[in-house]
Design a protein around this ligand. Structure first.
Ligand code: NDP
Ligand code: DGY
Length: 328
């Protein structure tokens, strides 16, 4: 029995996932149990599903807390999340139990940067509002002062968190003829030179940017970073774009800032909660574009994320180096 279970390690997958990862796990002859649905697994089902498993294939919508990890049992060797963000996993618990954590950096960078630029343009050039006006009949004529918004040419763009996605976004924005690229974070980045980006304080970034883009992770320092105090420091015309995590924004403060025109507009790919209820005040504002967390949502990218998650899991159960292991 022991030899057989060693030969066939088990994995619990918390959702229907793109096929490439699933095929790899099948090829490795892992015993697969899966929450076979497009909806998130309820927490009590997750707690049952992980019991006795060697590996857990999870998503950012799953709360992998101490209870889940404990419920799995001491044989749990690896948690592979199909995301680059990892704030949904209790890493301290993983570390103390020697559980390896795999994630999916790099493979979603281009897709997320592309979406960030799309969201920025949709927000500044009022694309969603304009398209709605066409459908509703509000479009009466071509009008010199109608549906205008700020352009990127000559603008100062501020990136909060010049990491993989921040850099890829900066590279895509340079060809629009932006004048200055500034960034802030915990440390200065050598790669900033490539996009001629200048390291500034958070306060200077808020004061000087025409576009403020959040591409940082959600952590203790970034939680609620964008609030009334920081919106007040931005230009009144500023466009705020968030493709990081909803938790970096105080949404009540954002609503007030947008409603009172303390800032110009906001584009959010991420919110708290997700999904944002259709009755949420932010959705009543013309100067707020909200997308359903689709930064990495291109077919190839999601398939690659699924494959990398499986490769991380397989490497861990085989005692090999993971292609993308999180340092705990
Ligand atoms: P990286 O780790 O490469 O980049 C994050 C950057 O943020 C780093 O440069 C880091 O540098 C910086 N940072 C960390 N803490 C702070 C802080 N307190 N203030 C400012 N900057 C900070 O990650 P990725 O670029 O790969 O991903 C970033 C985040 O994007 C993910 O964590 C995830 O939350 C989100 N994401 C969202 C997606 C979507 O669908 N919308 C898709 C993919 C990712 P330093 O530590 O030196 O400050
Ligand atoms: C991540 O990977 O963290 C994104 O939010 C979804 O791809």
């Amino acid at each position: 029995f022991h030899a057989a279970s060693r030969a066939m390690p088990s994995v619990y997958i918390t959702r229907r996932v793109p096929p490439r990862g699933l095929s790899l796990l099948q090829q490795r002859q892992m015993q697969i149990s899966q929450w076979d649905s497009d909806a998130p697994v309820p927490q009590d089902e997750l707690m049952k599903g992980v019991v006795g498993k060697d590996a857990l294939f999870c998503l950012l919508t799953d709360k992998i807390d101490k209870n889940v990890i404990q419920a799995a049992g001491p044989q749990l060797k690896v948690i592979g999340t199909m995301s680059v963000g990892y704030e949904h996993i209790d890493l301290a618990e993983c570390k103390s139990r020697g559980i390896i954590v795999g994630y999916t950096p790099d493979v979603l960078t281009d897709a997320t940067a592309e979406l960030t630029v799309a969201l920025l343009l949709a927000t500044s050039r009022r694309i969603v509002e304009g398209a709605a006006a066409v459908k509703s009949g509000e479009w009466s004529t071509w009008a010199p002062l109608w549906m205008c918004g700020p352009g990127l040419h000559g603008a100062t763009v501020g990136v909060v968190g010049l990491g993989r996605i921040g850099m890829a976004t900066a590279r895509r924005l340079r060809p629009f003829g932006i004048q200055r690229l500034i960034y802030t974070g915990r440390s200065e980045k050598a790669e900033a030179k490539e996009v001629d980006a200048e390291f500034v304080s958070f306060e200077a970034l808020l004061q000087q940017s025409d576009f403020v883009i959040a591409t940082c992770p959600l952590n203790e320092q970034t939680k609620g970073l964008f609030n009334m105090k920081t919106f007040s420091q931005m230009k009144r015309s500023a466009i705020f774009i968030n493709s990081s995590r909803g938790g970096v924004v105080d949404q009540d403060d954002l609503y007030t800032a947008l409603n009172t025109r303390l800032i110009g507009a906001a584009g959010l790919d991420v919110t708290v909660p997700e999904p944002l209820p259709p009755s949420h005040p932010l959705l009543s504002l013309a100067n707020c574009v909200v997308l359903p967390h689709i930064g990495s949502a291109n077919n190839e990218t999601r398939n690659t994320m699924s494959a990398l998650t499986a490769q991380n899991i397989i490497a861990a159960v085989d005692g090999k180096a993971l292609p993308a292991q999180l340092t705990l």
